[in-house]
Design a protein around this ligand. Sequence first.
Ligand code: 5GP
Length: 191
Amino acid sequence: MKKGGIFILSGPSGAGKNAVYEGLRALDPDIVQTVSATTRKPRPGERNGVDYFFITVPEFKRRIDNGEFVEYVTYGGNCYGTLKSEVERLSTLGKTVVLVIEVRGALNIKRMFPQAVSVFIEPPSMEELIRRINKRGDNNEAEIALRLNIAAEEMTYRDKYDYRVVNDDLAVCVNEVYEIIKKENDKDDQH
Ligand code: 5GP
């Protein structure tokens, strides 16, 4: 398979974007993810430089002023941003670059890089999404309520994507997304 495309994996919190990315990576180690910067506190088990670059609000602002982000948003009271340096580093390696980001960032990336392929990962139902967000257990009740509200709004973005894939059975969803990646990377090959 030809590498090198940029793919946006997006959708509401709880849809399973990260699990889908992990599944893709297990299928093909040449699929890599940009590590975003965030001002959110690390959850147990999260590692700096692997899951995110965990930085302070002043540091995030400094990086905005420095023009270091391709896009950034405020989400649930915290800042998240895709670093230019990450996109450039991975693109020059000729890898298939995946951005796992929320919906506003996804649309901004699509505007800036029209050749990027956007995939909306959707839950099988709102009931299931609520169940998954509750099950995470790493957020307090106020955060869960906030995330549920945001998730409902995020669902309204789903028609703005190149592809929509339902994440009911994870393995099936991963395979569907992998097929999209292969198809789109092969298209690029013809140009
Ligand atoms: P979480 O706090 O659950 O790790 O992330 C909250 C939301 O922010 C998720 O939907 C996640 O995909 C998204 N996110 C993570 N990094 C970025 C980023 O760099 N840009 C944007 N726009 N969203 C991000």
